[in-house]
Design a protein around this ligand. Structure first.
Ligand SMILES: NC(=O)c1ccc[n+]([C@@H]2O[C@H](COP(=O)([O-])OP(=O)(O)OC[C@H]3O[C@@H](n4cnc5c(N)ncnc54)[C@H](O)[C@@H]3O)[C@@H](O)[C@H]2O)c1
Length: 354
């Protein structure tokens, strides 16, 4: 791909999408078009640092709206799509899977169809065009206590969220085999960092601790995830977009496996140091074990050696450092999450499927 082109980022007002947008505008020469429908999970503050750039453009658009997506493609003429728009919270998918099927499956289908029509009209652009579909390691299901997911691991999604992402991955690969669409699929492990919506584990624990609420550990807290700092994921996606092989899949991970209980205890340690409780006791006293999530996958781990070997990418931020930076960010950006807390998500338990 040329060093200069236009990247259409879907979901660029979300957590990972906004990190990608910030990286693309600040660290590359691409024009960036951010297409986002601004669901409850989106905040435009997350891209405020680059919104004045003449290489940045925002489109308030829903990817399930085929006409709208087609018009965006025709007017901005992107050389690549980085597809991140999705419904992403497993607990919400348990309570109501409707939006997950609509955006993750139907939305991806519409986007594929729009890009197919766009490229059919421009056969010369096809060979350098890339459609990079951003997915999750959750499509592979739960792991035994040892081993890790690889690019060849069979799919076995077990939540409505992961099933909808798996369906989207299959559509994307089918459009490659059937219509020769120049796609790449990525499956990444759990991300954390600035601008993550307060419903997700790490911000939920940080904010609940600061609010003096209990820190709810689902089940025994021994569910293990591989944690990756969001800026490392953003760098990986840009490298994959530029140098990944069409038709290939890349697993992205942080080689930082931690249980939910370990992550929460670590957050408490960092908060104890950075913002001690007024009574000088540890935030760990707020930890409370609660009913587990239905169908909660026990363990995910990602073997990201292909990405490391073939594209030279490495996760640069060790978990210990990343979690300190993340806690500090939430302490310094209280205005960002307090408004979300009052207007969009107050911290109540989700995902019991009631
Ligand atoms: N967060 C993780 O740990 C993680 C890990 C691996 C993969 N992923 C994948 O990365 C992508 C981004 O995840 P995230 O955590 O940043 O999600 P997020 O929930 O923070 O953001 C999703 C964004 O998509 C937008 N969106 C939702 N429906 C839309 C629609 N119909 N049309 C246009 N925009 C829409 C939202 O407004 C929001 O800005 C998702 O595809 C997710 O499956 C996430």
């Amino acid at each position: 791909m040329d060093s200069v082109g236009t990247v259409l980022v879907t979901g660029g007002a979300g957590f990972i999408g906004s990190a990608v947008v910030r990286h693309l505008v600040r660290g590359t020469k691409y024009r960036v078009v951010n297409a986002d429908s601004l669901t409850y999970a989106a905040t435009l503050e997350s891209v405020a640092a680059v919104e004045e750039s003449d290489r940045y453009h925002f489109e308030h658009a829903d990817i399930t709206d085929l006409d709208r997506v087609q018009r965006i493609l025709e007017s901005h003429r992107p050389t690549a799509v980085l597809h991140l728009a999705a419904e992403t919270h497993v607990d919400r998918s348990i309570d109501d899977p409707t939006d997950f099927v609509q955006t993750n499956v139907v939305g991806t289908f519409r986007l594929l169809e729009a890009v197919r029509a766009y490229l059919r009209a421009r056969p010369d652009a096809r060979s350098s065009f890339r459609f990079c579909h951003v997915s999750t390691d959750e499509v592979f299901g739960a792991l035994a206590p040892t081993g890790a997911f690889e690019e060849t691991t069979p799919y076995a999604p077990r939540s409505p969220y992961s099933a909808s992402k798996a369906a989207a991955d299959h559509l994307v690969r089918a459009w490659y085999h059937t219509y020769d669409l120049p796609i790449i699929v990525t499956n990444c492990s759990n991300n954390y960092g600035p601008y993550q919506f307060p419903e997700k584990l790490i911000p939920h624990m940080i904010i609940s601790a600061l609010e003096g609420r209990s820190l709810p550990i689902y089940g025994d807290g021994e569910q293990a995830r591989d944690w990756l700092f969001v800026e490392d994921h953003a760098r990986a996606l840009i490298q994959i977009l530029e140098r990944g092989i069409v038709g290939d899949t890349y697993l992205v991970g942080g080689r930082s496996e931690r249980t939910n209980l370990e992550v929460t205890q670590r957050i408490c340690d960092v908060l104890d140091a950075q913002r001690p409780r007024s009574d000088s006791r540890s935030y760990k006293e707020q930890i409370a074990f609660v009913e587990d999530r239905p169908g909660h996958d026990r363990r995910y781990a990602v073997e990201c050696g292909k990405l490391e070997r073939e594209l030279g990418w490495r996760a640069e931020v060790p978990f210990e450092e990343g979690i300190e930076m993340t806690v500090r960010w939430y302490l310094e950006n209280e205005f960002w999450w307090t408004s979300l807390r009052s207007a969009r998500y107050g911290g109540d338990r989700l995902g019991l499927g009631a």
